[in-house]
Design a protein around this ligand. Structure first.
Ligand code: TMP
Ligand code: ASP
Length: 243
């Protein structure tokens, strides 16, 4: 697969076109951002860890029946994906209270949420990703009712699959964010799943093992990401042959 031109550079990943119009290469960079891009730092190894972690999770989800854009790992920091027409929406499921839920609703951190909550956010850094609802999505034509239903059912399905996967590895899946896009008439999971976009706590100690370590200046960010990967059995060794 030949890399052609840079299509778009986001806060943590750069997207390249390829000689196949339906495929993109994503480069996972070491850039780590918080607070809607207000703070950006380089963390050694983060691109590699997130690339391999994302590949591992996407393959697990695909095997469990969730359609994803992932195709194959290409190199330490790059992988091949289907080119989706992304919806400007973030889907968040929460199993335990943390982050903006606590700030918005005045709830203490660490409460079990039963049933888990579901929220939509508009993907817009300038507006600080405001929370939106189904009616906003329909009015502004960001997605159809069928797509809203599908995003919810797939996001909850991911919760069942990943809660179990992390539980087996001694971790609590506190919350996570997913993004979806259209591909040949089908809605698929896009973007990435990595410790940048979810919260993971050690089950016993409740130690934070995700990007909150960066947001809250707790240190040991990449060490925590590597620990999560190692507990799940993600292979972080250099790839044998890079394409
Ligand atoms: P929040 O508590 O800040 O609303 O975030 C909930 C979860 O979603 C948390 O795991 C971080 C993730 N998330 C992102 O990765 N990017 C975003 O832009 C937003 C709004 C949330
Ligand atoms: N991913 C978003 C950002 O980089 C939100 C966050 O993680 O704080 O600003």
């Amino acid at each position: 697969m030949k890399k052609l031109a840079e299509l778009y550079s986001g806060k943590a990943k750069t997207v390249y076109t390829t000689d196949d119009a339906n495929k993109l290469i994503l480069h996972f960079r070491n850039d780590t951002s918080a607070f809607d891009g207000e703070r950006v730092e380089q963390l050694d190894h983060k691109g590699m860890v997130n690339n391999k972690f994302n590949a591992f999770i996407m393959q697990k989800l695909e095997a469990a029946g969730v359609p994803t854009h992932f195709e194959e790992l290409l190199s330490e920091e790059e992988a091949l994906f289907k080119k989706l027409d992304m919806l400007p929406i973030e889907c968040v499921v929460r199993n335990i209270s943390a982050g903006s839920l606590c700030r918005r609703l005045g709830i203490e951190e660490g409460l079990d949420l039963d049933p888990p909550t579901f929220e939509f956010f508009l993907k817009n850094d300038a507006l600080h990703d405001p929370m939106i609802n189904d009616a906003h999505i329909l009015t502004f034509r960001w997605a159809t009712q069928d797509e809203i239903d599908r995003m919810k059912s797939l996001t909850y399905m991911v919760n069942d699959i990943l809660k179990a996967l992390f539980a087996e590895a001694g971790m609590l899946l506190v919350d996570y964010k997913l993004e979806f896009g259209r591909y040949q008439g089908e809605l698929m999971l896009g973007d990435e799943f990595s410790p940048d976009g979810c919260r993971l706590w050690d089950t016993e100690t409740r130690k934070k093992l995700d990007k909150d370590r960066f947001r809250q200046g707790l240190g040991g960010v990449i060490e925590a990401y590597e620990e999560v990967a190692q507990r799940l059995g993600v292979d972080l060794e250099p790839l044998q042959s890079t394409k």
